[in-house]
Design a protein around this ligand. Structure first.
Ligand code: ATP
Ligand code: MG
Length: 426
C-alpha cells in the first residue's frame, strides 16, 4: 500500500497530472476525487492502469476549469469529459445518481448530484466504490477497504437488485474474482446463479469482452468450474461438456500454463467441445460466432481446436506448417505444451519436446522451407501446359505440395513436372 504520514488519513501517491486535475477542480470550489478501479488497485498495492476522477462540477463547469487543457467530449450527456493533462488522458465524470433501470442493462435517466456518496452507491462492488482525495483521505462508505483485505467481491447494496438493474455486473463479478483471486460473497454468489438468465439482455460483444478478460485471470479455472452454469447460459455449445467433467477440468487446468494470449485462452476453453477434431472445430466456431467475435479469432480458435490433439514431432513439422501456417502452428505448440503440463505428464520431457519442436519449426522457417502453394516451384500454368484441366490442376498441385512437405520429393521444377506427368499417365 502506498501511504505516508502519521495521521489516520491514508495517503495514496497519485500521479502528478491526476493530482493537478483534482487541485484545479477543488480550487474552483468543487469536490473532486480519484475513484473506482484506481483506488482499489492502490489499496491492493497494485499499479492502476488508468485513473478516473469524479467531481461535483457539471461538464460545462469542467470545460471552463480546463479551458487551457485539451479536452475530448467523451460523454458529455452522461457527465464525462476527457481531459488530457500533461499528455495523460483523464476521464472526469460528474457525480451521478442513476434513475430506474427498466431494460436490465441501462438506467432510464442519469441525474447529477453534489454528493460523492450518492455516486459511490451506484457502483457495482464495494471494492470499486471508493474515492480518494489527498485532503479527505479514502471515502469508503461500503467497507471496500475491509473487503480488499478479506479478498471479497460483494455488491454495493442488495445483490439481487443490483444484478437485476444491470446483468453485466454478473460477469464483472466473475471477472474481478478470476483476476484478483477474491471469493464472491455468499449472497452475491447466489444472486449470480439465480439471475444468470438475465444475461440474455446483455449484448454479445460485451459478454465476449468480459469472458476474454476473465480468461486472463490467474484464477479463471476455479471460477469457471464454480460458475459453469453461467458460461453455459452464454454459450450453449458447452451443454455436452458439463457431463464430461474430467475433460472439462483438464481443458481449464491448461489455462494457467499458457502465455497471455486471448486466442490461446479461448482455444484452451473451446478445444474439446465435441468428440472428433472436425466437430470440435465447428462447435468452437459456432460458439465464437454466437459471441460476435472477430473473424480472425473464429478462424484461429477453430484451427487450434481442430489440431489440438494432433501428434506433432520434428518429422512432420513441415506438413503441420502446411496445414496451419506459421502463426497458428506456433500457438498450437504452446497449447499442446499447456495441455501436457495440465495432464500431469513429466515436465522435463514436455519442455524438451516443446524445445525440439520449436527449434525444428524455426529452422524450417529460416531455410525458407516450402509449405504453401505459393512457394511450390510449379504453378497452375505449368500444369495446364502439361494438359491438366480445371479442378485437376488444383488437386495435382496439392498432391505435389504434400509430397514436398513429406520430404518425398525436392521442391525443384523438373522433378515436380516429372512427378505430375507420371501421375497423369496412371
Ligand atoms: P479495470 O481494472 O478492469 O479497468 P475498473 O474497476 O476500473 O477495473 P471499469 O470497467 O473501468 O472497471 O469501471 C470503472 C468503475 O466504474 C468501476 O470501478 C465501478 O466503480 C464503476 N462501474 C463500471 N461498470 C459498472 C457497472 N456495470 N455497474 C456499476 N458500476 C460500474
Ligand atoms: Mg478501469
Amino acid at each position: 500500500m502506498d501511504w505516508k504520514g502519521a495521521n489516520d488519513k491514508m495517503k495514496l501517491i497519485l500521479p502528478i497530472p491526476v493530482q493537478k486535475a483534482i487541485d484545479q477542480l477543488q480550487k474552483a470550489g468543487y469536490a473532486a476525487y480519484a475513484v473506482g478501479g484506481c483506488v482499489r488497485d492502490h489499496v491492493l498495492g497494485k499499479t492502476p492502469h488508468d485513473y478516473d476522477i469524479c467531481t461535483a462540477a457539471v461538464p460545462e463547469k469542467m470545460q471552463e476549469i480546463f479551458k487551457n487543457e485539451r479536452t475530448v467530449e467523451t460523454g458529455i450527456k452522461h457527465g464525462t469529459l476527457t481531459v488530457i493533462m500533461d499528455h495523460m488522458p483523464l476521464e472526469i465524470t460528474t457525480f451521478r445518481q442513476d434513475g430506474e433501470y427498466l431494460d436490465g442493462r441501462h438506467p432510464e435517466t442519469v441525474q447529477f448530484t453534489p454528493r460523492v456518496e450518492d455516486d459511490l452507491s451506484r457502483r457495482d462492488f464495494t471494492i470499486n466504490a471508493m474515492a480518494y482525495a489527498p485532503d479527505a483521505g479514502i471515502i469508503d462508505p461500503f467497507g471496500g477497504q475491509q473487503d480488499c483485505k478479506a479478498k471479497i467481491i460483494r455488491c454495493v447494496g442488495e445483490a439481487e437488485r443490483r444484478f437485476r438493474e444491470d446483468a453485466l455486473r454478473i460477469l464483472r463479478a466473475l471477472r474481478f474474482s478470476a483476476r484478483l483471486g477474491f471469493e464472491i460473497e455468499e449472497k452475491t454468489a447466489r444472486a449470480i446463479h439465480d439471475l444468470k438468465h438475465t444475461l440474455q439482455k446483455v449484448s454479445r460483444e460485451r459478454i465476449a469482452a468480459e469472458w476474454t478478460g476473465l480468461l486472463q485471470g490467474s484464477y479463471a479455472m476455479q471460477i469457471l468450474l464454480e460458475y459453469a452454469d453461467v458460461l453455459l447460459e452464454t454459450m450453449p455449445e458447452f451443454s455436452d461438456l458439463a457431463e464430461n467433467a474430467d475433460q472439462w477440468q483438464e481443458a481449464l487446468a491448461c489455462l494457467k500454463y499458457l502465455p497471455g494470449d486471448d486466442m490461446l485462452h479461448w482455444a484452451a476453453l473451446l478445444q474439446h467441445l465435441a468428440k472428433t477434431p472436425e466437430a470440435s472445430a465447428e462447435a468452437a466456431l459456432q460458439a465464437l460466432k454466437g459471441l460476435r467475435m472477430s473473424a480472425k479469432m473464429q478462424e484461429g480458435v477453430s484451427v487450434l481446436a481442430k489440431w489440438s490433439r494432433a501428434e506433432i514431432a520434428p518429422g512432420n513439422m513441415q506438413e503441420m506448417l502446411m496445414h496451419l501456417g506459421k502463426e497458428y502452428l506456433e500457438k498450437l505448440l504452446l497449447l499442446q505444451r499447456a495441455n501436457a503440463l495440465a495432464a500431469g505428464m513429466d515436465e522435463a520431457e514436455i519442455q524438451n519436446a516443446y524445445r525440439e519442436n520449436s527449434e525444428k519449426l524455426a529452422a524450417l522457417l529460416a531455410e525458407n522451407a516450402c509449405y504453401s502453394l505459393a512457394q511450390l516451384q510449379v504453378n497452375g500454368r505449368d500444369l495446364a501446359a502439361l494438359g491438366f484441366r480445371g479442378a485437376e490442376i488444383g488437386e495435382r498441385l496439392h498432391a505435389l505440395l504434400l509430397s514436398v512437405v513429406r520430404g518425398e520429393i525436392a521442391n525443384e521444377k523438373d522433378a515436380l513436372l516429372k512427378m505430375a506427368e507420371e501421375g497423369k499417365r496412371k
